[in-house]
Design a protein around this ligand. Structure first.
Ligand code: AMP
Length: 323
């Protein structure tokens, strides 16, 4: 796909034209710190509306997408606005033909995703927010649509994403046994990061680095399969997140994490693993943002995110069968 040069203007134009088709209410948002980590908690009223609308949608919404939402199309992929945006600019890259959401991203799709991020970052002064791409894949990943789609959203540049610190200006490499993928050792959940600070990473290099992260995720999933009967190791679930500076894979064991103390189900997708926690109940939002750290009943990193993923460290019984 040749990305149009003024992508952001196209998105703005499409958003203005599609206003009546979009289900959007500006979220209430608050940045908090808990156990030394940053989170951006959002109360999104329209999530309730989205869930009931999604349940009613019996057809694949990406088979014949609403033309009002589409702002670019070529022979293989389409760019369209998300009907239920969580930020002002929230859009999707979908395949024109049906391809399963649990299939891997191709080297070309990885490069295309990166080029879209670059295009948005370079597009003028308008952006106070940073573009992020994400892909929820597999039954425990938090995805809701089976047709292949990469999502793009934005986060305020003041909000620090933890992989930025991990990467810390390192340049691109393809992980191997000597130089494994990077991780934040203070995190409770398993994740694998590759820096992307480099000129001209080819689609093949993107593909090879991504496959290393997928292999790591498969190994972690396999290592826990015997311990967790809910998980089928042949059905990999993971969240993939990409910015201009890095890409990360988080293997997932559970999509909905029930919090007993407040009787609430957290539905966590890729955004949760960069600390962006979306909630649809005001009392849960208040619990998270208004209580002092040690009074808050909910522990995000070492409870919610850990239960939705796998532990960062564990004792391996046997290395012989790693992917
Ligand atoms: P996921 O839940 O990760 O599978 O992402 C699917 C995305 O598609 C969600 O963010 C939805 O808001 C979005 N979506 C659902 N229905 C439509 C639709 N008819 N047109 C455009 N986007 C949609």
């Amino acid at each position: 796909m040749e990305i149009p040069s003024k992508l952001l203007s196209l998105i703005n134009h499409a958003t203005a034209n599609a206003e009546t088709s979009l289900v959007y209410k500006k979220p209430q948002q608050m940045a908090i710190e808990q156990d030394g980590k940053n989170y951006l908690i959002s109360y999104i009223e329209s999530l309730v509306e989205k869930e009931s609308a999604s349940k009613k949608q019996k057809v694949n919404p990406f088979e014949n997408p609403d033309p009002k939402l589409v702002f670019f199309k070529d022979s293989s992929h389409t760019l369209l606005l998300n009907k239920f945006p969580i930020t002002k600019h929230h859009f999707l890259l979908i395949t024109n033909e049906f391809v399963r959401q649990d299939s891997l991203l191709s080297p070309e799709e990885l490069k295309l995703t990166y080029n879209i991020l670059l295009n948005l970052e370079n597009d003028g002064n308008e952006l106070t927010d940073k573009p992020i791409a994400f892909y929820n894949s597999g039954p425990n990943s938090g995805s809701s649509q089976p047709h292949k789609h990469v999502q793009f959203t934005f986060v305020n540049k003041d909000y620090k994403l933890f992989p930025d610190e991990v990467v810390n200006c390192r340049t691109f490499f393809i992980p191997d046994q000597e130089t494994p993928a990077l991780q934040d050792n203070s995190s409770a959940f398993s994740h694998f990061i590759v820096p992307l600070n480099s000129e001209n990473i080819t689609s093949e290099q993107f593909g090879m680095a991504y496959m290393c992260l997928i292999r790591n995720a498969l190994t972690v999933t396999k290592d826990h399969t015997d311990l967790n009967s809910n998980v089928n190791a042949t059905e990999l679930s993971y969240n993939f997140i990409m910015t201009k500076e890095w890409m990360m894979v988080v293997p997932r064991s559970l999509e909905i994490i029930h919090e007993d103390t407040i009787n609430y189900d957290f539905n966590i997708n890729a955004l949760g693993y960069i600390g962006m926690i979306l909630v649809k109940r005001l009392d849960v939002f208040n619990e998270l943002v208004n209580k002092a750290d040690n009074e808050c009943k909910i522990r995000i990193n070492d409870d919610i995110l850990l239960r939705g993923g796998y532990p960062l460290t564990y004792v391996k019984e046997n290395d012989n069968y790693d992917y």
